[in-house]
Structure formats: structure tokens, C-alpha cells
Design a protein around this ligand. Structure first.
Ligand code: SF4
Length: 385
């Protein structure tokens, strides 16, 4: 297991689960049923809960949806969250039946346009406090606060998201409501990485809910999300996660299974993108493998690399072992030493420089040679190429 240093976030309790403050990263999901169809919604809530969802979110778009909540609450032990859409006043109807309310700063403008957003947030926070609910400030690339957008260049999509999240945190803190987390979502994993890194640099104390919106169908949706989570969680960023997948209703628990698989892989160093865990010791990463692996010997090789390189444990060197020629060549560019596996040979690289292809039974001694050379170069202050 990799010892990942987590950001010193505040604890935020959501029903029976607490996120932040070093608690395990909690996977969550959302129902896709019609909320008013209580039987179908309850079946999905309970299926997600059984799959390990720490929190299950339900969409509430109207008073009719809100009216279904008491029956849903009565039929499940899951921790429930709801999305307040444009009608923020629904908070009063739903809060008695759930554990967390999510509001989107960009949606607070649609109703009562003359009322300042600060007043609306005070209202929501007051309701949350009265009914023992946590809050999520959920900022989304597709619905950013228009007033914030005006302050940034048209091609800067992250600036307004970040500014909006930060000003809501500031207000919630000022009114003494600190039981909240923040999410900053986009459909582009690279933007998710960047905006969450920037937010965490400014507010390392605020727990983050990570997710890539509209990630799509598996396996692509899982891969996109995995890359964002790898780059953030490896740096201690993220306290709860959602993998959003386009799957039939009956398959929704796949979101939790995917989240748990990704979290387990990151903790074990099985990653698809080259990850810098910020360690001052040897960092061996290997991809989690998938149907693209062309030679099963890759699995054994990954283990052998780990065993063989143990002698270099105190050196801050990243070695990546990737299972295929589709992603391997590109993904190894950022590692100090990279191996990617073809059908009969293993390709060795030093950063982006190719050192040749070697049979599976010849690669380990060759890797050792390069590792020794790299250690010597570092010790003598030479620049490694
Ligand atoms: S590197 Fe290749 S084999 Fe490994 S997980 Fe990625 S696509 Fe699959």
C-alpha cells in the first residue's frame, strides 16, 4: 500500500458517515429513477446502499418529488442526499427527511432574481442546521454563476468555477456553518484535476467531493474518472467520490463497484496514468490491467519489478509498468523508468527516451542496470535523461 498523505480537511458528518479529517474516502452514487416512483427509487437506493454507497443522492425537482421523500426515508437505512435544483426553497420540504443538501451556486439566480444570493445561502444553511443536514456546494462547469463568468475571460472556464466555490465557502464560514463540502465538476478530466488542485491549494481544510460529469459508458467513463481520481487522490485531495456512469438502472451499483476498484487501485499503486504520490521513496506503479493486455506475463512481471527494485526503496524514483501497447507508450513518458508490455517483448524507457525492447526473461537485469545508473547519476548530481 502507498502511504498517501491526505489534506487536513475538516470532518463533515452526513448521517452515519463522516468524510474528511482522514476518514476513508467515501464512495457515493445517485438514483436515476423517477423520484415519485417510490418503489423503484427505494429499490435503487437500497441496491446502491448494499453495494457500499456511503451516501445516495436523489434528484428532487418539484414539490411532488419532495412529497415522495418521507416514504423513501422510511424504507431505507442509506444516508440520503438531495440536489436542490433551481427552487432553493424546497430545502425546507426535503431537509427533515435527508442527511445532506446539495446546492449549485449557479442555480441560485433563477428564482427571486432580486434577492441577493447571500440571503438564499443563509436560508439554506439555516434549514440544514435545523435539520441536522450537511451541505455540498456543487459547482458545475455547465452552470456557473453568470456574475462570476463576467469577471473572467471567455476562454477561462476554471476561473469562474473556482471563484464561485471560494466565495460560497467564505460566506458559509462567516455565518458559522462549516459542515459542508465542495465539488468542482467538469466533463474533461484534465480540467477536473486542475480546478480541484487549485481549490485545494487555497482551501486545504474544505473536504472535496470528486467527480467527472457526463463521464459516459463503461469502460471509457470509468477510465476518464480514474485518471482524474489518480492525479488528485495520490496528492491527498478528495474525501468522497462519485463515478458517474451511463448504465441501465439495474446496473447503477456499478458506480460504487467502479469507485471502490479505483480507490483500492490507487492505494495499492495500480494506476493508469503516471502518478507522483509526492513520496521521497521509490514509487512503483503498475496499471490495473484490462482486456488490452496481450501477454499475461505482464501480471507476474509487475510483481517481479516490485521485488527486484526493493533495494532502491530510499530513492525518489518512479517506475511505471504498463500492460499494453495502446496506452503504455504514452503513459510511461512521465515515469523515470517505464516498461510497457507487448505480446513477446517488453519495452524499456527512460522518461520519453526509448531504450529498446527485450524478451520477458531478459528485462529484469536490464531494468536493474538502468536503475543503478539512474541512482548513480542522481548521487553524482548529473542530470538524468
Ligand atoms: S495500460 Fe493498457 S493494459 Fe493497462 S489498464 Fe491501461 S489500457 Fe489496460
Amino acid at each position: 500500500m502507498v502511504d498517501i498523505k491526505r489534506n487536513p480537511t475538516r470532518p463533515v458528518r452526513i448521517g452515519s458517515v463522516t468524510i474528511g479529517a482522514g476518514h476513508p474516502i467515501a464512495p457515493q452514487s445517485m438514483t436515476a429513477t423517477h423520484t415519485q416512483d417510490v418503489a423503484a427509487t427505494l429499490e435503487q437506493v437500497n441496491a446502491l446502499h448494499a453495494a457500499g454507497a456511503a451516501v445516495v443522492r436523489i434528484a428532487v425537482d418539484s414539490r411532488h418529488d419532495a412529497a415522495a421523500l418521507p416514504a423513501i426515508r422510511a424504507g431505507t437505512r442509506a444516508n440520503l442526499a438531495i440536489d436542490l435544483q433551481e427552487n432553493y426553497r424546497l430545502a425546507a420540504d426535503v431537509a427533515p427527511h435527508v442527511d445532506k443538501l446539495r446546492y449549485n451556486p449557479g442555480h441560485l439566480y433563477h428564482h427571486e432574481r432580486d434577492k441577493p444570493w447571500q440571503e438564499k445561502v443563509r436560508y439554506i444553511a439555516g434549514i440544514a442546521a435545523t435539520h441536522d443536514c450537511a451541505l455540498r456546494v456543487g459547482v458545475n462547469c455547465g452552470s456557473v454563476d453568470p456574475a462570476k463568468k463576467e469577471q473572467f475571460a471567455e476562454d477561462d472556464s476554471l476561473g469562474p468555477m473556482l471563484a464561485s466555490a471560494l466565495e460560497h465557502c467564505e460566506l458559509l464560514d462567516a455565518i458559522g456553518f462549516t459542515r459542508y463540502c465542495v465539488s468542482l465538476k467538469d466533463s474533461d478530466p484534465q480540467k477536473v484535476i486542475e480546478v480541484n488542485r487549485r481549490f485545494a491549494a487555497e482551501r486545504p481544510d474544505v473536504p472535496l467531493h470528486l467527480g467527472v460529469t457526463e463521464a459516459g459508458m463503461p469502460p471509457d467513463g470509468i477510465i476518464k474518472t480514474r485518471i482524474a481520481f489518480e492525479q488528485l487522490i495520490s496528492r491527498g485531495i478528495g474525501d468522497t467520490v462519485r463515478v458517474s456512469l451511463t448504465v441501465p438502472n439495474a446496473d447503477k451499483p456499478q458506480e460504487i463497484e467502479a469507485a471502490n476498484a479505483i480507490l483500492g487501485d490507487i492505494a495499492a499503486g495500480r494506476v493508469r496514468s503516471v502518478v507522483d504520490y509526492g513520496l521521497s521513496s521509490l514509487n512503483i506503479i503498475s496499471c490495473p490491467s484490462c482486456s488490452r493486455v496481450e501477454n499475461e506475463a505482464f501480471i507476474e512481471l509487475a510483481k517481479q519489478v516490485k521485488a527486484m527494485t526493493a533495494y532502491a526503496a530510499d530513492h525518489a524514483i518512479t517506475i511505471a509498468v504498463m500492460g499494453c501497447r495502446v496506452n503504455g507508450p504514452g503513459e510511461t513518458d512521465d515515469a523515470d523508468l517505464g516498461l510497457w508490455c507487448g505480446p513477446t517483448h517488453v519495452n524499456l524507457k527512460k522518461r520519453s527516451r526509448e531504450l529498446g525492447a527485450f524478451p520477458y526473461d531478459a528485462i529484469l537485469p536490464r531494468l536493474r542496470e538502468e536503475l543503478d545508473r539512474l541512482i548513480a547519476e542522481r548521487e553524482h548530481g548529473a542530470v538524468a535523461h
